[in-house]
Ligand binder design. Structure first.
Ligand code: NAD
Length: 695
């Protein structure tokens, strides 16, 4: 639909498909379709096949409907993502059905049709597939077809583009009734290959998996080509009103605005942000029609369930300060509007009003910011709004774009079945919605800390000076916890400008900050007479000045964000206990500990807590313990390097070794609300050592 659009490519591989069972071919087709967001949006649409199988009870051949189950995504699903249901039982449901008032109750009856004890819940869309008299059915949400479905003249345009091959059905919420309508349509139009559903999407079908796949692609490609012809030479969205700023400037402004927005919408439930300044977004937010189109709301139900019916457009004429000063009013006006929408549309049995804040924030010249309870949800909401932009570009370019009727939108948003899904969601983890910045995140203790915080649902930015180790740690943690939640920034904590930039990058990625773990470090040992000024300065620079620089940046951010904050310093036993032959290190660590105490005083009025963890002798995983420090410590204790671990264990009061995970556990405690009433404290994690007892 945009200039020079590439058509969808047929990626069906006959040789691969031939070796597959029918359910495997369905999965293959689903994954192929879902891998291109132009075919369907994340989690949107579903696919099905009617397969002959042996009934496990009778041994007889039965027809089983394999259809994407509740919740999954066709692009990434596996075979266990399909619900399986007896077709003959599904047919019986037709005789039980009494009319549209009863259609929600039919969803419960789907469980009675389950084949082979499959635990995957059947989705509301099951009947849309079951009653079409075709073996293979695709239901997709392609931007190009929704763009037709979201025009005022969608019926006429569908006819103009597809003739008799594709039919058209007026808007109806998915459910049993729509299933019957589709079935009637197919019976009355035996040569049709599919249907456009108004304000919703596309149904296509075929006798084989390949046939169905190819029809789906062909029908979508025809829409893409048609739009290309219609839109050629036309300025999108009424033309440009504001040119995009330079990329760095956009990112800087996003990092300035996102914590301000987060401050205002995250008081009850912390939110994670996502920033998108792709070309499609910049064209829309900088256009003359921005306000008018954004106000119409999104069309496809999938879109607004993720994005709310409307975005919040922030007026921006180059003065970021003015946007910030106006935020209270614009955010409150949005909430008022949402409350009024709820009040206008609610039914007696509607669920209680949900969070009235906007999900999508649009800033001309800058881009789009989205906020949600976690990073994946914020990112996906942004992707959905890009789908909505594509739809609006197409629809408004050829006709009048129309959003979904307000009451219909409300009935979907506050659908009791949708509410039941929300109620079934697992309780959020203890650090869900929190963002942590971990310096030295590529090292032993830093990585273990990042892992602990990620496990509790936090988003983590690893900041380190070692590029190779940083890439490795990021890749490993992304593999375990998903790429959404992990970022890496290359930062030297002694470099003022680099620290400031690291925080801008972190905030542009996640929208704010809640936790700083200042942990980057080195160790050195030498008698005072042999300690060079360079060694002395290096210790002070990294361990004292570095901790000052990252804390100052975090404090500035925390104060603007007004959500409090938790700072944890990783100091050392050596910061409390004097140790001969390591004066530079010990002095710098003592400075850290005292800095933490000063900051605890300064931050308390803003809810910023500052605490210290003192590790001792954490050999496993530590790079510090790989180098000279190891040799020197072994020499000073007059033992071999391989005896160090045992030496420290035996020296401790509890006779136990200390591992990076043990330090991470203390950091988690001090970073989380578990320690909401503690600040200015020191926790020693050293298996007990009298010389570091605090007093
Ligand atoms: P480590 O060497 O494995 O990790 C330290 C990380 O800090 C490394 O990834 C390193 O690249 C990074 N770093 C160093 N200088 C930096 C700079 N200027 N900017 C950004 N990053 C920098 O060591 P570790 O054992 O994980 O130590 C972590 C912290 O714990 C340090 O502050 C250390 O002093 C402290 N500590 C460790 C022990 C121990 O026994 N391991 C004991 C007491 C205190």
């Amino acid at each position: 639909m945009s200039a020079a659009t590439k058509l969808l490519e047929n990626r069906w591989d006959d040789a691969r498909a031939a070796a597959m069972s029918e359910p495997e071919r369905l999965l293959y087709r689903s994954n192929l379709l879902g891998s291109d967001k132009r075919i369907t949006n994340y989690g949107g649409g579903n696919t099905s096949a009617k397969v002959q199988q042996k009934d496990p009870l009778t041994g007889e051949d039965v027809t089983v409907l394999w259809v994407k189950g509740s919740g999954g995504d066709v692009g990434t699903m596996k075979l266990d993502g399909f619900a399986t249901l007896y077709m003959d039982k599904l047919e019986q449901l037709r005789s039980i059905y009494r009319g549209v008032e009863q259609e929600d109750a039919m969803v419960g009856l789907l469980n009675h049709c389950t084949f082979d004890l499959n635990p995957r819940a059947a989705s509301i869309d099951t009947s849309l597939h079951a009653y079409l008299p075709y073996r293979h059915v695709d239901h997709m949400h392609p931007d190009a077809v929704i763009a037709i479905a979201a025009t005022k003249r969608s019926r006429e345009l569908t006819r103009e583009i597809y003739g008799d091959e594709i039919g058209w059905l007026g808007w109806r919420r998915p459910g049993f009734e729509l299933g019957l309508e589709l079935s009637r349509f197919a019976a009355e139009h035996p040569s049709a290959k599919g249907v456009v559903l108004e304000s919703h999407g596309l149904f296509t079908w075929g006798d084989t998996a390949k046939d169905c796949y190819e029809t789906t692609l062909r029908i979508i490609n025809r829409a893409i080509e048609w739009f290309d012809g219609q839109l050629a030479g036309k300025a999108a969205f009424g033309g440009e009103a504001r040119a995009p700023l330079a990329p760095d400037e956009r990112r800087r402004i996003a990092a300035r605005l996102m914590p301000e927005i987060r401050a205002r919408i995250g008081q009850d439930e912390r939110k994670i942000g996502h920033f998108d300044d792709s070309d499609a977004v910049l064209q829309f937010v900088g256009s003359k029609d921005l306000d008018a189109l954004a106000a119409l709301g999104t069309s496809c139900p999938d879109h607004f369930l993720r994005t709310k019916i409307r975005p919040l457009v922030l007026t921006f004429d180059g003065d970021v300060g003015a946007v910030v000063s106006g935020l209270d009013a614009s955010i409150e006006a949005y909430r008022e509007g949402y409350r009024a929408y709820y009040a206008r549309c609610r039914h007696d049995n509607s669920p209680a009003i949900r969070d009235p804040n906007a999900v999508i924030y649009l800033v001309p010249g800058v881009g789009m910011m989205s906020f949600a309870k976690d990073k994946a949800t914020a990112r996906i909401a942004a992707e959905f709004y890009v789908n909505a932009i594509n739809v609006m570009r197409g629809a408004s370019g050829v006709d009048v774009y129309q959003g979904l009727d307000e009451q219909e939108a409300f009935d979907i948003e506050y659908w009791l079945l949708e509410e039941a899904k929300l109620q079934r969601m697992p309780k959020p983890k203890s650090l869900a919605g929190r963002v942590a910045f971990v310096t030295g995140g590529a090292g032993g203790i830093g990585r273990a800390t990042a892992e602990r915080l990620l496990r509790e649902g936090a988003c983590v930015v690893l900041a380190d000076i070692d590029a190779g180790a940083l890439d490795g740690a990021k890749a490993e943690l992304s593999k375990s916890f998903g790429a959404d939640q992990v970022r890496g920034v290359l930062v030297n904590v002694t470099d003022e400008a680099a620290v400031a930039k690291g925080f801008v990058d972190a905030v542009a990625e996640f929208g704010g900050l809640d936790i700083l773990v200042s942990n980057a470090g080195i160790a050195s040992a030498s008698p005072i007479e042999d300690t060079t000024l360079e060694v002395w300065n290096r210790n002070i620079d990294i361990l004292a000045t570095g901790y000052f620089l990252v804390s100052r940046e975090a404090f500035r951010l925390f104060r603007r964000q007004k959500l409090g904050g938790a700072v944890v310093f990783i100091a050392s036993k050596n910061g409390l206990a004097a140790s001969a032959g390591a004066s530079a290190y010990c002095t710098a660590k003592a400075a850290e500990i005292h800095l933490a105490r000063c900051l605890a005083l300064e931050g308390a009025d803003a809810g910023i807590r500052v605490n210290t963890v003192n590790p001792d002798a954490v050999l496993r995983g530590s790079k510090i313990w790989n180098g000279e420090w190891r040799e020197q410590r072994a020499a000073s204790s007059k033992i071999g390097e391989d005896q160090l671990e045992e030496h420290y264990r035996a020296r401790s009061l509890l006779k136990r070794s200390v591992f990076p995970e043990d330090i991470a556990e203390a950091v988690y405690f001090l970073a989380s609300d578990l320690s909401a009433k503690s600040t200015g404290n020191i926790v020693n994690v050293d298996a007990g050592n009298q010389i570091s007892f605090t007093r």
